[in-house]
Structures are given as structure tokens and as C-alpha cells.
Design a binder for this molecule. Sequence first.
Ligand code: GLU
Length: 302
Amino acid sequence: MTADIAQHLAAIQAEMAARTDRGQVADYIPQLAAVDTAQFGLSVVLADGTQHSTGDSAVPFSIQSISKVFGLAIALGRLGDQLWTRVRREPSGLAFNSILQLESEDGIPRNPFINAGAIVTTDAALARRAPREYLAELLTFVRTAAGDEDIHIDRAVAKSETETGHRNFALAHFLKAEGNLTNAPELVLGAYFHQCAIAMTVDQLARAGRFLAGFQRLIAPERTRRINALMLTCGHYDGSGEFAFRVGLPGKSGVGGGILAIAPGRASIAVWSPGLNAQGNSQLGTEALEMLARRTGWSIFG
Ligand code: GLU
């Protein structure tokens, strides 16, 4: 398998390097608009503990919404199943930052991975703590998962989003008006924007996903199963069905161009290429995962 994986990665890297249509960077966060779309990195950790990487696998990028997976793990640890009274577990079929459903569904977001749901989840994870304490717990969790202390929050990205994140402010204020936010909107968003601004390499991110693949026990196995289920059904916003169809793995994308994908019991995979498709998911990242799943037969659907 080790030799095969090296061959698969080399073939995928060569194919992705030749692509001219590489998608568009997210330009609604000014700091992300400056990232070069020529970059591509892919890393795989196997059940035997070996790690295989190709391309720009040691370049840090903004993990953005991939952080929602780690935030959810912490919120579930603090609140348990009570969290599900405040956020549902259904795909939204709408864009990551949509405000539409929130009014007709009484301020209860569809799932913890759309922005509205992640803002509620962050509010829950904050509990009665200062954002600083929550972010310290989150960083400790991510560093422990990755087995690497050298993971930090990119303050320039957090500042950039704080200055321009008007849709997220709208979502947070609406949630507050509906009684689904305990803390002040500004406080929750401060924590949320900093969480999204965690910078990691695909090498680090693939290792950080080991607990979801079942290689490392950080949280109860029944919770990892549920997080994987949500990644499969809701991890790519209104592109979740297409991702399940093409790749067949639980995955969580971020507008920084990263994707964390899990082949339960087999592999934790991280890919990054900053250009996004129309749904805000990494264009080459999705194609690379599709190639990898086809070559390895890792789709959970057989
Ligand atoms: N920080 C981003 C936002 O809230 C995350 C979106 C994403 O990565 O999908 O808009």
C-alpha cells in the first residue's frame, strides 16, 4: 500500500500541476485574495501511521471552515447532545453564508458547518469563558491532534475578516434576536474569526484528522462517527451532494482552499489548493480527492 500511495500521489500531483483552470480565490476576505492559485499540496496518513505527501505540503494556509470540525468536537465535549437543541443536522442546500433559512426556521441553523450553525456552536463552546480561553483550548486540541506545537492563529487574517465580515455580523445579530446566542454577537464573532484564521499545512492537517479516521482517541468514538456523518452530508455546503457523489468520503472544506477528508479506518487526507469552485470549495482539491478515491477504492460506498 505504501508504494502504491506514493505512486498515486505522484500521478495526482502531475495531473494537478498541468491544470490551467484552477478556480478563483475567495476575495471577500482581503487577506485570502492575495494567495497564489498555483499552489497545491496533498498529504495522507495511513492506518499504519505512515504519512505520504506531495507538492506544497509544508506551506501553511488558512484552514477557515475546516476549523468548524474541531470547534464542534469541543462544543460537543462541553454540552453533549444538548447542542442539538440549538443547531440541526440537515444539509442546507444553500451557500455557506446564507441567511435565508434562518428566518423561516426560527433562528435554528440547519447544521454546525454552515456559518450560522458554526456561530451558534462557537457560542456554545465559549460557555461562560472569555474567547481567549476557548481559543487556547481549541489550539491545544488541534496541536494535540496533529502532534505538533507549531500551529498558530494568523492574526492578520482574523483582523481582515473582522473588518469585512458583514454577513457574519448579520447572521450573529439575527441569531441573538432569535434567542439562539448566549454571548454578545461581537464576542462570539471575535472567537469565530480567530478560529477560522488558524493556519496549518496539509502535513499538519492530515495528522490532525487521525482522530476522525479512528487512529487516535481524542474524543468518544460515537462522537467521531457523528462528526464524520455531518462532514459527509454538510461539509461542502451546497456542494455536499456533489462531493459525496464524486469522492464518497466525509470531508470538510474551507474557503482558504483546504479540504480534510476521512476514509474511516483507512486514511486521514488533507489537500490544499486556493482556487475555489462556484460553491466555495477547492476546485483542484476536490479533483485530487476524486482521483485518490478512485485509485484507492476508499469511497465509503464501496
Ligand atoms: N471565515 C469564513 C466565513 O465565515 C469561513 C467560510 C468557509 O471557510 O467556508 O465566511
